[in-house]
Design a protein around this ligand. Structure first.
Ligand code: PFF
Length: 443
């Protein structure tokens, strides 16, 4: 249970509550959700099982795992790639995590309880203020650093066990609130009625990137966590549990955000990174109109939980990079963590400023923040996913995979044929086709 909660703690984070609604909003609603669910089922879960197989079999970090399974071969590059992407993602992840910190502070100061406030302007004013946004990201980074420098075992697992159910409970309560909002009909239509004319290759690529991102795949985190799994842990059912919890939280977040979006004048479904931060304060204000104290408490609690969810995910990203630097560059854990923190924070500053003073600095039409986000999720994660699936499906011995999946033959292997087919054919071919088409479309 602890292992599953830790993996779920890594998976459930800003990707579910912040990034998923943003992607749904940018990609036409229900049809994106449908494709996303297919990606989770046909590609995400098989690739997660691959990471679990590699991690538990080798009991070590990602780069070392590939080195042991394929000595002297270039497969190690998959690990290197994963660690590199984790570094890039962490550098912009801390920016949004910093926002959660600021919003927690603001809600406890009562700044989010003003019904007449324009929360769109509130958000824009905050993110374009270079001092405030860099300070929030830095504070967040310091917290992540302290945990990682001290070692993450134990604390994170225990923390995840309490936080995950709490986050689920709060989200479920907010869904009920969202159902009483005036925009509920439009919100539900947007979430549930697919418009297939809106599907492009880019929509599918975004859905796949989101699935990888949300499940924490292809970055070495789950592989590293799986190295702590015991011999009795059931890999397939663990993958199913983690994916279900993760998908459930993401879809529920959509059910909170979109009824709110359509209830609030001036906020569009495709508002981008600020979407969640601009709409949620309205939800709290409208849902608890008669009892402001309840709204105050709910909003504070929600942002604390969002902050904690961001913290567990950031820690797993940081840990993946730190563990590698610590073990392979012969550095003490403290020094390795410091190097990673300073490195990510230096990049993070540019991401922070891309909402303000560096807003006009673009490459391929994207700001630094958007570029890091798109490049990692649309390019690097699919490439990592293809390589992991090919490694397990074609390079590793089938019997080794069978023994890991069935815990040395003690579990039923009835669905192994189907799973192996998905790993061997469906995942690499689907990711490869989408990836190539998506890149061609981009340029
Ligand atoms: N899955 C996390 C989220 O949805 O917020 C983000 C993440 C964490 C990605 C850890 C990758 C990772 F290794």
């Amino acid at each position: 249970m602890g292992a599953i909660f830790a993996a779920a703690g890594s998976a459930v984070g800003l990707g579910n509550v912040w990034r998923f609604p943003m992607e749904v909003g940018n990609n036409g609603g229900a049809v994106f959700i449908l494709i996303y669910l297919l990606c989770i089922l046909l590609i995400g879960i098989p690739v997660m099982v691959c990471e679990f197989v590699i991690g538990r079999h080798t009991q070590t970090n990602m780069i070392e795992a590939f080195r042991r399974l394929a000595p002297g071969r270039w497969w190690r590059i998959i690990g290197v790639l994963g660690i590199f992407v984790a570094f890039i993602i962490l550098s912009y992840y801390i920016v949004v995590s910093g926002w959660t910190l600021y919003y927690t502070y603001s809600s406890f100061r009562g700044m989010l309880m003003d019904k007449g406030c324009d929360y769109g302007a509130f958000f824009n004013g905050y993110v374009s203020n270079p001092w405030l946004s860099v300070l929030s990201a830095m504070l967040f980074m310091v917290m992540v650093h302290i945990v990682v420098a001290r070692g993450v075992r134990g604390g994170i697992e225990k923390c995840s066990k309490i936080m995950m159910p709490m986050l689920l409970l709060i989200i479920a309560l907010l869904v009920l609130c969202a159902f009483s909002m005036p925009g509920i009909d439009k919100g539900l239509t947007f979430m549930l009625k697919p418009d297939f004319s809106k599907v492009t290759v880019s929509t599918v690529l975004s859905a796949m990137g989101q699935a990888f991102y949300s499940l924490s795949l292809a970055m070495g985190c789950l592989c590293t966590y799986a190295s702590y799994f015991g011999p009795k842990t059931r890999l397939v059912s663990s993958a199913l549990s983690v994916s279900s919890i993760d998908t459930f939280v993401a879809v529920l977040s959509g059910f909170i955000i979109f009824p709110a979006v359509f209830s609030v004048p001036g906020v569009d479904a495709d508002a981008g990174p600020g979407l969640v931060f601009q709409t949620l304060p309205y939800v709290f204000n409208m849902a608890f109109e008669g009892v402001p104290l309840l709204g105050y408490l709910f909003s504070g609690l929600f942002y604390i939980l969002l902050f904690l969810a961001a913290l567990t995910s950031s820690i797993s990203l940081h840990e993946a990079v730190t563990a590698y630097v610590h073990e392979n560059w012969c550095m003490s854990r403290h020094r390795a963590a410091l190097l990673v923190s300073v490195g990510t924070m230096s990049l993070g500053v540019f991401c922070c400023l891309s909402f303000g003073v560096l807003g006009d600095v673009t490459l391929f039409g994207m700001t630094v923040f958007d570029l890091f986000d798109s490049f990692s999720s649309k390019v690097m994660l699919p490439v990592g996913g293809i390589l992991i699936a090919i490694f397990v499906g074609w390079y590793l011995n089938r019997d080794l995979v069978y023994m890991e999946v069935t815990n040395n033959g003690t579990l039923s292997g009835r669905f192994f044929g189907l799973l192996f087919f998905l790993i061997r054919w469906v995942a690499p071919l689907a990711i490869c086709t989408l990836f190539v088409k998506g890149i061609v479309e981009m340029f």
